[in-house]
Design a protein around this ligand. Structure first.
Ligand code: URA
Length: 199
C-alpha cells in the first residue's frame, strides 16, 4: 500500500527517535519539532533550530521570529497553511545556542527525507545554518534574495537564501533587506509555476 505524506513524515519522526539522534539535545528537549504546514506545499521554509516557544509547543516558528515570519508571509499574500515550515535541527539547543556542525549533520538526512516526501519546487533557507547545506561555500551577505537552481537528489529545486527573521528582527537595515527579499518570493513562485506549465 502507498503511504500518504502524513504517514511518511510520521515515520521520519519515529526514525529520529529510534535512531537516537542527538541524545544530549533530546534529553533536554520537551518536543521533537518536525514541521508544520501544508505537506503538498510548493514552497518550504527551513530555519535553524527550535527556540523556547517551539520546544514547548512542538511547532516551528511560533515565537517572536515566527510572528515576524507570519507578517512577511501576509505581506507576500501567503498564510502558513500555504507553505511548509521546518528547521534543519529538530531539537532545541540549550539556551538557544547555535546548532553545532555535528548536530546539523546528524539531522540533515532526515531533512532530505522530509523534502523527498513534500517535493517542493522552492526551498527558502532562513539564515546561514540551513543555507550552507544547499549552497555550500556561499556567504549569505553576498547571495541573499537571489534564487539558485540546484540539483537535489533526482530533481531540480530553486533555493532562495534569506536572512534569518530572528537576526533581522531588531536590526533596521537587515530587517528592511529581509522584507524586500521576501517580497520577491511571489514573483519567483509565479516564474516557477509558468516554467512547470511550459514543460
Ligand atoms: N528560529 C528558528 O530557526 N526556528 C524556529 O523554529 C524558531 C526560531
Amino acid at each position: 500500500m502507498v503511504k500518504n505524506k502524513e504517514a511518511l513524515l510520521e515515520q521520519i519522526k519515529a526514525d529520529i527517535v529510534k535512531n537516537n539522534i542527538c541524545p544530549d539535545l533530546a534529553q533536554e528537549a520537551t518536543n521533537l519539532v518536525m514541521g508544520d504546514g501544508n505537506v503538498d506545499a510548493e514552497i518550504v521554509f527551513i530555519g535553524e533550530a527550535p527556540g523556547k516557544n517551539e520546544d514547548v509547543t512542538g511547532l516551528p516558528f511560533v515565537g517572536a521570529a515566527g510572528k515576524f515570519l507570519n507578517e512577511m508571509l501576509a505581506g507576500a499574500e501567503m498564510v502558513r497553511s500555504d507553505v511548509y515550515i521546518t528547521n534543519i535541527v529538530k531539537y532545541r539547543p540549550p539556551n538557544n545556542r547555535d546548532p553545532l556542525p555535528d548536530e546539523k549533520e546528524a539531522f540533515w538526512p532526515y531533512l532530505v527525507r522530509q523534502l523527498d516526501v513534500i517535493r517542493p519546487q522552492i526551498v527558502v533557507t532562513l539564515g546561514r545554518h540551513s543555507m550552507e547545506y544547499f549552497l555550500p561555500g556561499k556567504k549569505i551577505s553576498m547571495i541573499h534574495g537571489q534564487p539558485k537552481r540546484i540539483q537535489f537528489g533526482d530533481t531540480k529545486i530553486t533555493v532562495v537564501p534569506l536572512y534569518h527573521p530572528a537576526a533581522a528582527l531588531y536590526n533596521g537595515s537587515m530587517r528592511a533587506t529581509l522584507i524586500e527579499d521576501f517580497n520577491k518570493l511571489s514573483k519567483i513562485i509565479d516564474i516557477q509555476k509558468q516554467e512547470k506549465e511550459n514543460i
